[in-house]
Design a protein around this ligand. Structure first.
Ligand code: ADP
Ligand code: ZN
Ligand code: ZN
Length: 742
């Protein structure tokens, strides 16, 4: 360790976050020169080892624990004003601590790639300084400098890139700068403001009573932090409520951030906002080219974008004049980042709204138990929409008992008959099967051998287009074998049904009816999804066949029948959230039916038709089911009645991962004994998928009634683990509030 003797220096010490897996800040000296030290939230270029990295200033201090001789100076200040406004900056610091994730990686996750590099796209512009009166004098014998000076004057300000593009090299720029005639300005001048009037176009429907009550409650709560949960059945007009609430903010010139699960799949949502509002709307999602992303990001930051719609990581978008945040489909698991910096965008949206001092609305037809719990305990205000806004009834649900039936490609006669009936009446039908590929298993009829992935504890899935055996966990692809690998028998057969097989069957059965398959294999391109949605929108009868991708937020007015091929996997899931997720999926898919005038029907096939959960689904509302699930959680002492953290470790053999976690578990138990509120230490045990991509996976679950005790312990464990010498092969990570246990 370095000397702990504190050093007082005339130069300020900058404590910066460097994009590295180290859970600490690094100290640097401010650069020479008259420039004031950059403030927290600004980017700086620092020497790090033998590289130069873009880092974020987190603190400015006058002392360092390191000896001055060991401190290096930063190379360059990249921003004159903080890239992250204070509330967002605080949210990010909070997140690094809460998720115990290296702070440099947290900031990196929040920045568009272009701004993570020093050289491309400087986010600053050049403008004239106040010393213009001396320009005649200073530029007398420098025509190129004068020309550039005039160019900048004529434009007000110019980005470095535009200056280069205009044919001026950086030497000329430097000379002008050295003469004090131009200054670097922050990226944000204020963008063109919007607002100052009704932002809604005229075609908005009249709100019904429940919607109006929700909008009124929102309005009454005022401008500061307030949290709302809109629990509204599918098609109840939640989006309409968001729009009215947003309108109030937009007309005050404030910006609105809307987080949605997956934009590429729901272009309809974006269209709706663009059609409804006059103000500029930008979209942020992973499918954007870097240039587009930076542009959208900048217009959010400079305040020219009124509405910012984005997926998970858009929660980190800076806003110049934030007005409110909406998280639509807040129950959706895609708001949780599952690797690297494992954050929940929904939870961070709440933290951010509090830091910004602005209201937040979470909305869903099937709210997470966490959010319902927050509403019950008064942390947020519950607003209910119980009826469909169009006046349509919610689809009626029937459970089709297939326990002792022979099925044809997974479908019962009842289902096939009804599908035919609805198509015959000129309607559209949605068939939901959450399993892509042709068949989930290939085996030998003679010896029972099953085709398995050699790197994962998992069967290979048979795909027909193109023919292959694929592992859905590590991505491995093999040819389809002609013979059994164990006994060479050629009598191989497939078991179970995936969407590709169902597609083929439905085509032949309902010829010439179009069958449109929507799953991750068929939807490689955004454009294809758009084309399909258009075709569906025209309303001609067809069968839509798809996985989870279909469940999200789509509006299909012509669908009258939703057939759910299999409901059973979730009933007996080992995951404590399995049942909640199953119910949410079924209700979300069911919600696609009968959204227009014609009544909708939902059929759910199950081998366990009498299961209480399915019976409740048929007779009750989501809220009643949620109450039952909530009681179970309470009895089992699971979230939202406790807090969880999962430490995962993996290695090429089980031993190093197991030993590492055993060490942590022992440490945890030692500390836990001294805590006021205990932290349970469950494990270590093998992960449900014990081996994946050739690595053995072990996990340790920590649980406590007290978040602060749990976090205190996590800090100790992470701190300890960071200091250990670990086998080179071992990898580990921490997942706070985990949602997936695979
Ligand atoms: P949700 O977001 O709850 O699924 P939407 O806001 O998408 O619901 O509304 C569902 C449908 O009902 C949309 O076609 C919408 O235009 C329509 N709608 C919403 N509110 C009203 C209303 N007050 N009167 C008539 N139609 C409405
Ligand atoms: Zn065999
Ligand atoms: Zn695999």
């Amino acid at each position: 360790m370095a000397s702990t003797e504190a050093l007082t220096s005339r130069k300020p010490i900058l404590r910066v976050a460097v994009p590295s897996p180290l859970r600490q800040l690094f100290d640097y000296l401010a650069p020479d020169g008259a420039e004031p030290a950059p403030s927290p939230g600004c980017r700086v270029l620092v020497p790090f080892g033998r590289r130069q990295l873009v880092a974020i200033v987190v603190e400015v201090s006058d002392r360092s624990d390191l000896d001055s001789s060991r401190l290096r100076a930063i190379r360059r200040i990249l921003d004159q004003t903080p890239l992250f406004p204070p509330a967002l900056f605080k949210t990010l610091c909070w997140a690094a601590d809460y998720y115990q994730h290296p702070i440099g990686e947290v900031f990196a996750a929040a920045l568009p790639a272009q701004l993570r590099q020093a050289d491309r796209n400087q986010p600053s512009v050049w403008a004239l300084s106040d010393s213009g009166s001396q320009s005649e004098e200073l530029l007398r014998r420098a025509p190129r400098q004068r020309a550039l000076y005039e160019l900048i004057r004529s434009r007000g300000s110019l980005e470095a890139e535009a200056i280069r593009a205009a044919g001026y090299d950086s030497a000329i720029l430097r000379q002008l700068h050295a003469k004090g005639l131009i200054v670097r300005q922050a990226l944000t001048r204020d963008g063109t403001p919007f607002g100052g009037g009704n932002m809604l176009r005229q075609n908005a429907p009249r709100l019904n009573e429940e919607q109006q009550a929700a909008v009124d409650a929102f309005g009454a709560a005022g401008l500061g932090y307030n949290s709302f949960l809109i629990d509204g059945v599918t098609g109840s007009g939640k989006t309409e409520v968001y729009m009215r609430a947003m309108n109030e903010r937009l007309r005050q010139g404030l910006q609105c951030l809307l987080l949605v699960p997956e934009i590429g799949l729901t272009p309809q949502t974006v269209d709706r906002f663009q059609q409804r509002f006059h103000c500029p709307t930008v979209v942020l999602h992973s499918g954007l080219a870097e240039g587009e992303r930076s542009k959208a990001w900048k217009s959010a930051r400079d305040g020219s974008a009124g509405i910012v719609i984005g997926t998970r990581s858009a929660v980190f978008t800076p806003l110049h004049r934030p007005g409110m945040i909406v998280v639509d489909e807040e129950h959706d698991a895609s708001f949780k980042q599952q690797e690297g910096f494992r954050y929940s965008a929904r939870d961070l949206a709440i933290v951010r709204a509090r830091e910004e001092g602005i209201p937040i609305i979470l909305g869903s037809a099937t709210p997470s138990l966490e959010s319902l719990h927050n509403a019950a305990s008064g942390k947020s205000q519950l607003l209910r929409l119980t009826r469909r806004a169009t006046g349509a009834n919610l689809a009626s649900m029937e459970i089709v008992d297939v326990a002792n039936l022979a099925l044809e490609t997974g479908l019962s006669e009842t289902l096939l008959y009804r599908i035919g009936l609805h198509l015959g009446q000129g309607n559209q039908v949605l068939v939901f099967l959450n399993r892509r590929g042709f068949a989930p298993q290939v085996s030998c009829q003679d010896c029972g051998w099953v085709a398995e992935c050699k790197d994962c504890v998992a069967n290979l899935t048979l795909h027909s287009k193109p023919p292959a055996l694929r592992c859905h966990h590590c991505g491995a692809v093999h040819g389809v074998p002609a013979a059994c690998a164990a006994c060479q028998s050629r009598r191989l057969h497939s078991k179970g049904v995936g969407t590709q097989q169902l597609e083929r069957f439905l085509r032949s059965r309902f010829e010439p009816m179009p069958v449109l398959r929507i799953d991750r294999d068929s939807m490689r391109s955004r454009k294809r999804m758009g084309d399909l949605l258009q075709q569906i929108g025209r309303g001609d009868p067809c069968i839509l066949l798809g996985t989870q991708l279909l469940a999200k937020g789509h509006h299909f007015p012509h669908i009258t029948l939703v057939a759910i091929v299999e409901a059973d996997a979730g009933l007996f899931s080992p995951d404590f959230r399995g049942q909640e997720q199953m119910v949410q999926t079924i209700l979300q898919v069911a919600g696609r039916a009968g959204r227009a005038q014609r009544a909708g029907q939902v059929l759910v096939q199950s081998r366990h038709a009498a299961h209480p959960l399915l019976q409740q689904l048929k007779h009750g509302s989501y809220d009643e089911i949620a109450q039952v699930l909530m009681q179970e959680r309470s009895q089992a002492d699971m979230p939202p009645y406790s807090h969880l953290a999962l430490i995962r470790a993996n290695a090429k053999s089980p031993a190093p991962a197991l030993e590492f976690l055993q060490g942590l578990a022992a440490e945890a138990r030692r500390h836990s004994g001294r805590l006021g509120i205990p932290v349970d230490c469950l494990g270590p045990i093998p992960a449900p998928m014990e081996k994946r991509a050739g690595r053995f996976r072990i996990q340790l679950l920590l649980r406590s009634q007290s978040r602060s005790e749990l976090h205190g312990l996590l800090r100790i464990l992470c701190g300890g683990a960071d200091k250990m010498r670990l086998p080179a092969d071992l990898r580990w990570n921490l997942d706070v509030d985990p949602v997936e246990f695979v």
